[in-house]
Design a protein around this ligand. Structure first.
Ligand code: ACO
Length: 315
């Protein structure tokens, strides 16, 4: 992984402002106590997964010192594409002026970025591409029920991107471990969609049920990733988790015996940006120069499907 970039919409909405704007019976205290969220960014009319993805990718390429013309794969994890097709990845490819290689979207809800890293890594290892842009880009504000306080306070919009390149050496992705179990699809889903109701559909979540699955499934994916590389929990330098809830993040940090300063946290400012949350966290940490060569990064996520997974990478 050469570098990471991110983009967040300009409209920063505090919990109090959100409650006012949508007439919600909630409070800043409830939201912060249960989730750690203080604010989120919301996309402006006209902003979309592709327009934000282009900006995130441009920053990632600039930081990596890679020209867009060198990219031969664009993989976008999103549950909120601009439209059914062309894929958001193809729109981003065009927006960056890339005319070669391939581009496609992948959907695994909040686990989308881990899935996309897994796919990109496998394609690089099998020689199908050399330089890949892996992007998470979401506009969940468009699929939220703004009358449902149990879900609409939890999410935000944004995009994050990383540049992967086939290179010899110690750094890079060690392995990814992805899982799905559709028996639990009903606890976190979008009601309706282009192929059923013809519309976009709205997000529904049984939060407490998702919470119950989160810590056990994330812990098992993390242990699987460490075991596959003969590494121990103590070897992890940084935890870069999906940013859904500070209580889940803290539980994972405790399991790994990592102090809070070794956990990249953005949920307080970004809320849950689904597939964009991990690359946005990576982008922020890279911007602050937090990762040093040789650091071991552990990425993990769980989301709708249910889907979950973990990636280990050497910086
Ligand atoms: N403001 C005020 N009160 C609220 C709000 C709100 N925004 N939302 C719910 N409440 C009330 C409920 O109505 C309930 O009231 P009641 O007891 O009178 O019925 C009470 O607060 C408690 O509700 P719970 O849902 O039990 O609250 P909980 O402590 O479980 O917190 C939360 C809810 C934050 C959603 C939590 O369950 C959670 O984080 N779940 C995991 C979500 C997650 O990780 N998702 C991951 C992936 S997301 C993706 O893939 C798209």
């Amino acid at each position: 992984m050469l570098s990471a970039g991110g983009y967040l919409p300009a409209d920063v909405v505090s919990n109090d402002e959100l409650a006012r704007r949508y007439g919600l019976d909630t409070s800043d205290a409830w939201i912060q106590e249960r989730t750690g969220i203080r604010q989120r960014h919301l996309a402006a009319p006209g902003e979309s997964a592709s327009s934000m993805g282009i900006k995130a990718a441009a920053q990632a390429l600039e930081r990596a010192g890679v020209d867009a013309s060198e990219v031969d794969a664009v993989i976008v994890a999103t549950a909120t594409p601009d439209s059914s097709f062309p894929a958001t990845a193809v729109r981003i490819q065009a927006g960056l002026g890339i005319t070669r290689g391939f581009a496609f979207d992948l959907l695994a809800a909040c686990t989308g970025f881990i899935y996309a890293l897994s796919v990109a890594d496998a394609m690089i290892r099998t020689g199908q591409c050399r330089t890949a842009l892996v992007i998470g880009a979401e506009t969940y504000s468009r699929i939220l029920d703004w009358t449902d306080r149990t879900t609409c306070v939890l999410f935000g919009d944004g995009a994050g991107a990383v540049v992967l390149r086939a290179e010899e050496g110690e750094s890079g992705i060690l392995s990814s471990h992805i899982h799905a179990d559709g028996r639990h699809g009903g606890i976190l889903h979008v009601e309706g969609g282009p192929g059923s109701t013809g519309g976009t559909g709205l997000l529904r979540m049984a939060g407490r049920e998702v919470f119950k699955h989160a810590v056990t499934k994330l812990a098992s994916a993390v242990d699987e990733a460490l075991a596959a590389n003969s590494l121990a929990r103590e070897d992890v330098t940084w935890l870069v988790p999906h940013q859904a809830n500070i209580r889940i993040i803290d539980a994972m940090g405790r399991k790994l015996h990592l102090p809070r300063e070794r956990v990249v946290v953005t949920v307080d400012r970004h809320a849950n940006t689904s597939a964009a949350s991990i690359p946005l966290a990576l982008a922020e940490a890279v911007g602050e120069g937090r990762f040093k060569p040789g650091d071991l990064l552990l990425l993990e996520a769980i989301g709708g499907g249910l889907t979950w997974g973990a990636t280990l990478l050497r910086w």
